[in-house]
Design a protein around this ligand. Structure first.
Ligand SMILES: C[S@@+](CC[C@H](N)C(=O)[O-])C[C@H]1O[C@@H](n2cnc3c(N)ncnc32)[C@H](O)[C@@H]1O
Length: 273
């Protein structure tokens, strides 16, 4: 076998692998044969694994989920950046936070970044909240939960160090207020904002274990991998874990079928209970 030739994934193996991943993670792989071969062959060869059959057996036996998440890391994208789809943060500051401030006498806010990648989305929310409340923030108990299946992304999120490209859409004011420069191309989120976010591993296909409902759930650019049925079921579970009057933000490129959800459509990528 030539050193850089692709290891063949048969159609039958593809069907089997796709079924396994879809049942466990909701991610549909059936049209991704070339991508899987292309992105996995090198790693398999390096590890001395000569066929996808052998690799799949390793995946099936892994009870720690580390093999499967590193596989998913290779075929899905964890790409994210601060202030991505900035319309959401504009809406958060102009509509959501003023509404919540006026309607939460308990002064408790719960936000969930579901599929948070390396934390850029959750930290942007924390910055928007800090900016919005200013000195009034002291009276509020705001918690931001951020979850992902990728342990790798979660450890990057906790370290909170990012290349300059990830903060290109952050204003110079926010850059100096919320980041500490760590090197020519490295910026770390300041301690005050880091303390606002709790990172946890969570597979969105599992029953939602979080007791308290959320005022805002962001699940952006995650459901692109799921089929319609999986997506609709997940949105329904989000609905059941949203406070009445609370919001759901999804990615601008991923629609949800409005007739299949109890969320009310507000504007592109924004829904409300
Ligand atoms: C493209 S990133 C989106 C990050 C961020 N929400 C944004 O919009 O920039 C997609 C993330 O979803 C995560 N993901 C995919 N399937 C998941 C699942 N079943 N449960 C939890 N996270 C999942 C991936 O690990 C990845 O980090």
């Amino acid at each position: 076998m030539a050193a850089n030739s692709m290891i063949e994934l048969s159609d039958q193996e593809l069907v089997e692998l796709s079924r396994f991943v879809e049942e466990k993670y909701g991610i549909v792989l059936i049209k991704k044969k070339m991508l899987i071969q292309g992105r996995l062959s090198h790693m398999l060869r390096e590890r001395g694994i000569t066929s996808f059959r052998d690799y799949m057996n390793i995946l099936y036996k892994d009870t720690t989920n580390t093999e499967i998440t590193s596989f998913l890391n290779k075929i899905t994208t964890n790409h994210s950046y601060f202030m991505r789809e900035s319309e959401h943060f504009d809406f958060l500051t102009k509509q959501v936070l003023p509404y919540l401030e006026a309607n939460r006498p308990s002064k408790v806010l719960r936000i969930w970044s579901a599929g948070c990648s390396a934390g850029q989305e959750a930290y942007t929310v924390a910055m928007a909240i800090d900016e919005y409340f200013g000195t009034r923030k002291a009276g509020w108990d705001t918690s931001i939960l951020a979850t992902d299946i990728s342990m790798n992304e979660l450890s990057r999120a906790k370290a909170a160090v990012y290349p300059a490209a990830d903060i290109k859409d952050i204003s110079p004011q926010w850059r100096s207020k919320y980041f500490v420069q760590k090197g020519a191309d490295q910026f770390q989120v300041c301690d005050k904002i880091r303390k606002e976010v709790i990172f946890r591993p969570f597979n969105l296909m599992d029953p939602i274990p979080f007791k308290n409902p959320f005022d805002l759930i962001l699940c952006r650019n995650v459901m692109i991998y799921f089929d319609m049925e999986t997506k609709e079921k997940l949105v329904e579970r989000f609905y059941n874990h949203t406070v009445s009057g609370g919001y759901l933000f999804i990615g601008h490129s991923e629609g949800i079928n409005r007739s299949a959800t109890r969320f009310q459509y507000i504007k592109p990528a924004i829904y409300r209970k």
